[in-house]
Design a protein around this ligand. Sequence first.
Ligand code: AMP
Ligand code: MG
Length: 430
Amino acid sequence: MVTSEVTVNWAHGVMNVEVEPYPMLSVEEALAQVLAAFEPLPPERKPILEALGQVLAEDIFAGMDIPPLANSAMDGYAVRCADTAEASPEHPCRLRVVADLAAGYVLNEPLQPGTAVRIMTGAPVPPGAEAVIPFEEIERDGEEILVSRPYPYHKNIRAAGEDVRAGQKVLPRGTVLRPQEIGMLAALGRAEALVHRRPRVAILSTGDEVIAVDAPWQPGKIRDANSYSNAAQVLRYGGVPLCLGIARDDIADLTAKIRTGLEQGADLFLTSGGVSVGDFDVVKQVLAAEGEMAFWQVRMKPGKPLAFGHIRGVPLLGLPGNPVSAMIAFELFARPAILKMLGKTQLEKPTVEAVLLDEIKRKDNRRHYLRVSLEERDGRYHARLTGDQGSGILLSMVLAQGLAIIPEDVDHLPAGSRVQVMMLDWPERG
Ligand code: AMP
Ligand code: MG
């Protein structure tokens, strides 16, 4: 999107780039172009607990049965079923208790007719034992127990391999590791697993007016919200943020900070600000000169201006500067890119249908993402706008649970209309 007339002089920060009018893309067109630039990252072997939320890059097979041995499902007495066959409340059978077996220990001697073993949950049943009678169903009389009914085979006994069989493929590659998969890996004796590594995401805010969170305030300045909201989003979706701070609206400063990010091994570069059509929007100038860059207008609101391309081979997303726009553009474009690098295939944000309680009128042929709070009533979600919807109103995000999506071709929605709401707090589908 850049004409041939490009002059750059890095040493003196002088530059003259003419940029052609930006193409207007739909959200889907922009997303398709962004996602085409990413692949799952190479696998790494790491301790299972650190791999929570990451994606398996290997098939996991069970090396042995789980449970490895048949064991008791209850605290009680292990018995032979034949001994209980004639038992009734009037004529209970008497069995002699010959041993006491705690979980973690095994008894190798076969259970003899007329005897029982006191056994705890999880202890392997001794050879010959066919059922376990819970304590509460039994009367104890000194060294004996009284059984007042017959017990069927396998009653309260967990079979070896009833959970997982030796040789079974338990977790296929591509599985997202949730707490239950981490537990399964541990049960299988796998302290480490091969997973696609987490993407490193460089984050750079731009603007002469932007100051650090802990800098003393001065007239004309505003605090850097975007570095923090974007870094928190990176963490939420499983990436590693590399926070590079704030670049001045100055070509030399911006170029230096981008180089720092590249030196830190970023897999994705995010900038915020400097991509609209103002005089000081240096991001697009630097990027056009340093990399292959496309500047787009995306048919959405908030978040219309967006830059995308590669800088020294690293994909870069130039997010808009307004705090709400930066967050929403992140959700729509950076989040799926991060998930794809993690090896995930479900890249869509979950949505629910809701009844919109406010009336919407507009006429701009853009897809609107309205910040809404949600309430569940009569089995339905009800969505209400979280106040002023300006792209600088960060409080509208703070109060929101979701983004109501108003399609491009809808210019009037009466109160009570059905809308799709993208759930901000549900990280991903599947
Ligand atoms: P820009 O896209 O650079 O024109 O910025 C658009 C608006 O967002 C301006 O009002 C900026 O002051 C504001 N803005 C830009 N960067 C940040 C940031 N990191 N934190 C908070 N506001 C910002
Ligand atoms: Mg700016």
